[in-house]
Each structure stands twice: as structure tokens, then as C-alpha cells.
Design a protein around this ligand. Sequence first.
Ligand SMILES: [Fe+2]
Length: 261
Amino acid sequence: MVLSMKNKTVMTFFRVGEGECRLRLTVASDLHNSPYEDILPLIREACPDAIVVPGDLCGALCEASEPGGEVTSRYIEESRKNDVGFAFIAEAAKIAPVYCSVGNHEVSVSPSNRARYTQAGAVLLDNSYVRLGDFLLGGLTTGGAHGLWHKSNAPDLAWLESFARLDGRKILLSHHPEYWERHIIGMDIFLTVSGHAHGGQWRAFGRGLFAPGQGLFPRYTSGVHRRGEQYLAISRGLRKETEVPRINNPPELITIDIMYN
Ligand SMILES: [Fe+2]
């Protein structure tokens, strides 16, 4: 097997559901304030109805002057680069409507940072939802994941249950793919869209090596998973430069055609 550390972003297409109607979403996950110039032409080419960002667009989003108790020096450093993340969604919003949810790096969204999503022309779904065509689109905020080996904390399950009980077809942005098996399967949520696992960082034989919150040889790092009539779509994420290099795992946008009647 050839080991590849190519950093050129790729686009992967998926199709879920059946029917005559189509909603096309492009997923831009886990940018982590990194360069995005090669990403925009791929999104333009895909012509999505909407662009969804299921978390970790930025670093910490608390006020720099009043960091929360769980904000580490790493998150504070990342928060200083948030202009890059917001510039990306401002550019993406010129292509299609942009909807974002909150990832584990984006702890404690302050009012001023909340306003920056709006100024960029995007919608922040922070345990909230909007109508998107014939669907309800929700954003499940991370419960946090501090430390690589720790299991991620549970999200706001009361909000999740109330979203699932709404009438209508539902799509959920959930930064953590491991939430699907732990909390979402069995609920009335058609499609869950995730990132966070970064494809498992090193990939071989179609599997990733490690993902925070899932440990070694994680189950949910990329692709589309199905359980009954429920689907989970996972992006391998867009961050190019990381402390541990990506191997056989180029940064990835995904585009999902949701088919329905
Ligand atoms: Fe994450």
C-alpha cells in the first residue's frame, strides 16, 4: 500500500433516500481556521441548495476577556485565528445559504461571536432549528470533548428529544458522529451530518486509526452509514495542517443528494 500525505481537498458525493425530489447539501466540516481557497471552487461546482458546517469551523468562541473554566490555552490560541473561519463562511454564503452548528472547539459562543455568524451571512444553529425547503434542519450543540481519550460528554438530550418529536422530515447537524449510535438511532431523524473524527487521521483498508470520543479503530469516521430508515453522513474534515499528519486521508468536502417525495 502506498502512503499518501496529499493535502489537496477532495469532494465526495453521496445519495440517500428515494423519491423524485432532491435537496442537495454540501458539508464543510472541521475547517479549524485553516486555508480555504481551494475549497470554494469545489463547492461552486457542486451547486448545492445549502452549505452546512457541522462544527469546528473556528476555535473557541467565548469572549477572550472572560474565558470559561474549560477553555485551555490551545482553544485561546485557536480563537485568535477565528477571522479565517468567519471569512470562509462569508465567501461560502455567496454560493448558497450557510448553516452552522457548534463543535467541541467552539466552546461557549459569546453574543459578539454569535453576531459574527449573522454578519457573515450564515445561520448558527445552537440547539435550534430552521425550516429548509421540505425539511427541518437542526443543529445539536456539542456536549464537549476534553482530552483525546475521553469519551465525549452527552449533548443536550432534552433539546434533541424535542427536535425529534417535531412533525416533518428532519436533518440534524451533530458535530460528533458517535452521538448517532449513542443518542440518535431510534429517533425520528432522517439524516444526521457529522465531522469531528477527521477521518481517523491515518486511514488504511477503508478505516481510520483513531478518533476522539471513539478511541482506536473507530467505527464512524467517514462515508454514509444506514440503520433502518436513518442515515449518518460523515465528512473527513477540511483542516490540512495538524500536529499529526493526515495519511491516506486528504481533506474532504462531501455533497449529499437527499431524495424524497
Ligand atoms: Fe471536533
